[in-house]
Design a protein around this ligand. Structure first.
Ligand code: GDP
Length: 366
């Protein structure tokens, strides 16, 4: 469940965005031979300039980035929770992901039909988010029926039932799970863990604009979307999906020039990937050797032995110590040997919480 699901009404630019992500996957595919390619899933490298800075010092054969999964969840339309379109099947696909990338149409184009007749980001968002709430209502109702039976013999079930009924009232007002007042209640947490409420997931809005609006830094639709996102505490990332698709096909310096001409610092797709990585609660530590300079993905607040297990289970089992150099020291002093001389290499034990950007070397018993 570590992925990002792309949702949105038809014709808003989901496929175009997903194609760009797939191209980004394929550009790196030789580095990820263990990944099977699935039609609706893209395993996308997380851009991280720090890896390039490390590589300048170490001169490795290759660089390997952290990755995250994006899943294309097409077909969400008005009435989906009642079985319209592809119906419930893909609502369950959304259940599996941890973060939602909600693509919103913020471009006008008379040639491309809008299923609701005109461009209106806030209405579009409401349609999708209401479907997610309906789906949660269905789940919650089923659970309540079960809990009613169980609660006669179980105090725990009775307590959970009480919370579920309260949540049901909240959902009945078409409010998302996210704004439920008892999010910290342990019984709610158990419900959420089991049912994976759709309206409780972190959302990133992808504001899909045309080329002109991108160069102008936005348009009135993006403004509306940003205002809304601020109210609900979500992120908005503006992109032109069509341009993103072209960008991933270019060499790095060509892509840079293209963006500079548009007056844009970082591509929207890169911003989406980095934001998603952070929302997933992930961070990277690095290993820097001659064979490869590589980012390893861990959850925030992971301790050294569990971080080591991402490389190999034996590293955790036989863990002795971790040699750690901060990214800044590694770059400022110019590599491991110089860091050692300067006393910048630390030996850390099994309770050490790995920091984002740590350059690590594990000592372990075989
Ligand atoms: P989906 O149904 O949400 O997957 O939407 P698509 O990605 O298939 O896009 C629908 C249509 O909109 C296609 O013809 C795209 O070429 C077009 N489109 C996507 N992004 C943009 C954009 O940024 N600007 C314009 N003008 N058209 C776009």
């Amino acid at each position: 469940g570590l992925g990002v699901g792309i949702v949105g009404l038809p014709n808003v630019g989901k496929s175009t965005t997903f194609n760009a992500l797939t191209k980004a996957q394929n550009a790196e595919a030789q580095n990820y031979p263990f990944c099977t390619i699935e039609p609706n899933k893209a395993i996308v490298p997380v851009p991280d300039r720090r890896l390039e800075a490390l590589a300048k010092i170490v001169n490795p054969d290759k660089i390997q980035y952290s990755t995250i999964d994006f899943v294309d969840i097409a077909g969400l339309v008005r009435g989906a929770s009642k079985g319209e379109g592809l119906g419930n099947q893909f609502l369950s696909n959304i259940r599996e992901v941890e973060v939602i990338l909600h693509m919103v149409r913020c471009f006008e184009d008379g040639n491309i039909t809008h299923v609701e007749g005109d461009v209106n980001p806030l209405r579009d968002i409401e349609i999708i988010e209401t479907e997610l709430i309906y789906a949660d209502i269905t789940q919650c109702e089923k659970k309540i029926d079960k809990l009613k039976k169980q609660s006669k013999g179980s105090k725990d079930a009775a307590a959970q039932l009480e919370v579920a009924l309260k949540l049901m009232e909240h959902l009945g007002e078409l409010q998302p799970v996210k704004t439920f007042e008892d999010l910290d209640n342990e019984h709610f947490k158990a419900l959420d863990k089991e049912l994976r409420f759709l309206s409780n997931k972190d959302v990133i809005y992808g504001a899909n604009v045309d080329e002109d609006s991108l160069a102008d830094g936005g348009n009135k639709y993006v403004d509306e979307l940003k205002q809304h996102a601020q109210e609900v505490g979500a992120d908005v990332i503006m992109l032109c999906a069509k341009i993103e698709e072209e960008l991933v096909g270019l060499e790095e310096d060509e892509a840079k020039e293209f963006l500079t001409d548009l007056g844009v610092e970082e591509s929207g797709l890169e911003q989406i990937i980095r934001t998603a990585f952070d929302k997933l609660g992930l961070q990277s530590y690095f290993t820097a050797g001659k064979i490869e300079v590589r980012a390893w993905t861990i959850r925030k607040n992971t301790k050294a032995p569990q971080a080591a297990a991402v490389i190999h289970n034996d590293f955790e089992k036989g863990f002795i110590k971790a040699e750690v150099i901060s990214y800044e020291d590694f770059v400022n002093y110019g590599g491991e040997a110089k860091c050692k001389e300067a006393g910048k290499l630390r030996l850390e034990g099994k309770d050490y919480i790995v920091q984002d950007g740590d350059v690590m070397h594990f000592r372990f018993n075989v």
